[in-house]
Design a protein around this ligand. Sequence first.
Ligand code: ATP
Ligand code: MG
Length: 501
Amino acid sequence: MVENSLDAAELAGMLPDVYVRIVPNDPSAENLNQEPKAYRVTVADNGPGVDPHHVPRAFGKVFYGSKYVLRQSRGMFGMGGTMAILYGQITTNRPVKITTSTDGKSRHIFEMLIDISENKPIILRKDTEEGAGKTGTRVDVILEGDFTRSAQKINEYFKQTALVGSYANLTFVDPIGRITTYERATESMPSAPKETLPHPHGVDVEALKRMIKITEEKNMLRFMGNKHFHRVGETNAKKFLQFAGVDGKIAPEKLSNEQIVKVVDALQRYPEFLPPDATCLSPVGEQILTTGIIKELLPEFSTVVLRPPSSYSGFPFLVEVGLVYGGKVLEPGRKLFRFANRIPLLYDESNDVSFKVVNEEIDWRRYHVPDEAPIAVITHICSTKVPYKTVGKEYIADRPEIEAEIRNGVREALRRLSVFLSKKGSMEASQRKMNIYAKYLPLIAQFSTGLAGLKKEPRYKQLIREEQEEAEEIKQEAAEEAEKAIQGDKIIEQTTIEDYR
Ligand SMILES: Nc1ncnc2c1ncn2[C@@H]1O[C@H](COP(=O)(O)OP(=O)(O)OP(=O)(O)O)[C@@H](O)[C@H]1O
Ligand SMILES: [Mg+2]
């Protein structure tokens, strides 16, 4: 539900404010220590609201969603919010309450159950009240849960959501009334992703049949080359149809099942389609991610790498990598934060492609990063179709194209970290050397002068001065390197998504 709220606000170009509260549904004293028990979960947002005509289906029907279009968003399947509601219904048999306003003037209130056998909403209450001057949606679900057991994951979820969403205000009130706020630290939001057409490499038999059913084009040449497929124009359509052995004059709906399968096979194999462009993607970007890292992790060093867009099976994707070292929050050891379309992935880490790259493919010793160094690796995969291995959005399959991009991103970030660490190391070493000389040389000079029976001490001060000069030089070099690294970052910052279009 939090993801739905963030999606709704962001897609409408509004800076999100999301409020979440979990309270025991029956706050009587004897019930309080018992787990699991019924909780009321409230998620409220300042988004655009939901048109009252859509409310029953959006919240009372599985597989109903507004996000089936090809464009990056957290939602994909039309079942996330509805499943939460259904879970409440099967554990407590209480209806969900939706309060929503699209204009601030009036507010619509629905209480509903889902008819599971028919997959349709049963509306128990429908009212309209005067609005409070603000748009937005509030969902109240009563569900059974064990907060004691889930608290850690819930808190982790918010922390990580704040890490990639430093432009959002998040408030969480837990069952004992503790309020945690993650405050907005930047007013800039990632640029809104555009809707795109399906790329021919990503079209399967069912998808092609659906397209044929709704098309108004009268022949295959027009169907292929006119606004049904991403980046396919008339010339390439003609060449493709030759390649596929299909007559351009035939009407799409006249294709037999066999011919459809043949076309799909050719769509996937034809080598001359242009790669998908990335206007439908919306990475977090260096500035917003760095703001989140500084706010949540207070690091000694951090860097963000934005990889250029790529594609797998016709779906565009793009990888962002953040690398964080030291500071006030990280503990010794390596931590991995995984995100897909800005959703934190909290479960099944060891099955995820990022885990494989970070822990099995990267040779950390090559970058002189000790195992116990306090490090966090952040990986963010943006795509119109994230290859989750499950509908629970827990972990991502190791598609070789995605794996390669994560690997390149982590390596680039590690190169920058190792420059920082080696400069830091040599600066510390020369400082230590200086301290020792400064402490002992005068004493050695004094004793050896006495031992040798001389009157005048040797000129050791010159030696110290030379060492000091060398230390100063190293410091200067480090500063120059750091400057260069920052310039490197700036270049990455300039190659925004705009440049790839
Ligand atoms: N807070 C909200 N504000 C506006 N619209 C919402 C909100 N919550 C849900 N919706 C609408 O309800 C639909 C169904 O939500 P649901 O979470 O079930 O599916 P989804 O987000 O499309 O996909 P997924 O299953 O991947 O989450 C959404 O597509 C959206 O149109
Ligand atoms: Mg959803």
